[in-house]
Ligand binder design. Structure first.
Ligand SMILES: NC(=O)c1ccc[n+]([C@@H]2O[C@H](COP(=O)([O-])OP(=O)(O)OC[C@H]3O[C@@H](n4cnc5c(N)ncnc54)[C@H](OP(=O)(O)O)[C@@H]3O)[C@@H](O)[C@H]2O)c1
Length: 252
């Protein structure tokens, strides 16, 4: 997809996070208009963008955004919640539901509301932001991992369903980017700077994502953790289970 001259909508834009870099780099690559969205627009740091309040879990809010941003040709589903420490086996069921309502159902609300908009604007493209946790879970992130695994499968199915209207459907997969929230969490858990070497600069992740979109890739692996996790799925790469959880994957 050609980004120069495009109109894009990005979910989950905050200060210094992935959404912020998406907006900034889309504008740098010549996008005509970028809608920067989040539940709390007062937190959006996106000079040059049009700011919209949007809550993925509220279908009315999603419908209003689709009605307003009717010129969108690129939808970037980036927003999510992770609730570190939430366990599948005994975590708060209401929080588990909120996480799935946001990451899975919320993303699907966005796709369903914007698919006709993309069709009207020539097909366009849709990028869902996944995580290597979809392929290799990590301690403290098991519910989040399950939601991203669902989103992985959903993205492949949407590619099949939306191909008839000419919409390019792509996924972005990476393991760890040094966004403010993730950096603060890593510092608190492992000690200041202890995990910095595992983190990719969020600006680099976004640059790889946009390069991938421009070259028509359907799956964009933006860091080493994603490459290793994908390889480990078929037993052909280093064990990410050992790296991320301390456990061995067991016999094939
Ligand atoms: N950073 C990493 O290491 C990493 C690794 C793999 C994948 N990812 C993925 O990359 C994406 C961005 O990560 P990040 O580190 O930039 O996260 P972040 O800073 O926590 O940003 C998430 C954004 O989602 C928004 N959001 C949350 N709930 C929402 C809702 N119901 N409706 C609308 N917006 C909502 C938040 O804004 P409000 O609270 O204001 O709404 C926030 O701006 C996520 O999909 C994440 O899963 C990140």
């Amino acid at each position: 997809m050609k980004l120069s001259g495009s109109t894009a909508l990005v979910t989950g834009v905050g200060v210094g996070n992935l959404g912020h870099h998406f907006v900034q780099q889309l504008l740098e690559r010549g996008a005509k208009r970028v809608y920067a969205t989040a539940r709390r627009p007062e937190n959006i740091d996106a000079p040059g963008a049009e700011v919209l309040r949007l809550d993925l879990t509220d279908r009315g809010s999603v419908a209003a955004a689709a009605a307003h941003a009717h010129d969108v040709g690129l939808l970037i589903n980036n927003a999510s919640v992770s609730f570190p420490g939430l366990a599948l086996s005994d975590g708060d069921p209401d929080l588990i539901r909120t996480l799935f309502d946001t990451n899975v159902h919320g993303t699907l609300h966005m796709v369903r509301a914007f698919a006709p908009v993309l069709a009207t604007n020539g097909g366009g493209a849709l990028l869902n932001v996944l995580s290597s946790a979809a392929w290799a879970t990590a301690d403290g992130f098991h519910v989040y991992a399950a939601s991203k695994a669902a989103l992985w499968s959903m993205t492949d199915s949407l590619r099949a369903e939306l191909s008839a209207q000419g919409t390019h459907v792509s996924s972005l997969v990476f393991g760890m980017a040094g966004t403010p929230v993730v950096k603060a969490l890593a510092d608190a858990v492992a000690g200041p700077g202890a995990l910095d070497d595992m983190m990719t600069d969020p600006a680099i992740v976004v640059s790889r994502a946009l390069d991938g979109l421009e070259s028509g890739r359907t799956e964009i692996l933006a860091d080493r953790l994603a490459v290793d996790a994908k390889a480990a799925l078929s037993g052909g790469g280093p064990s990410v289970y050992a790296t991320l959880t301390g456990a061995q994957p067991g016999p094939a």
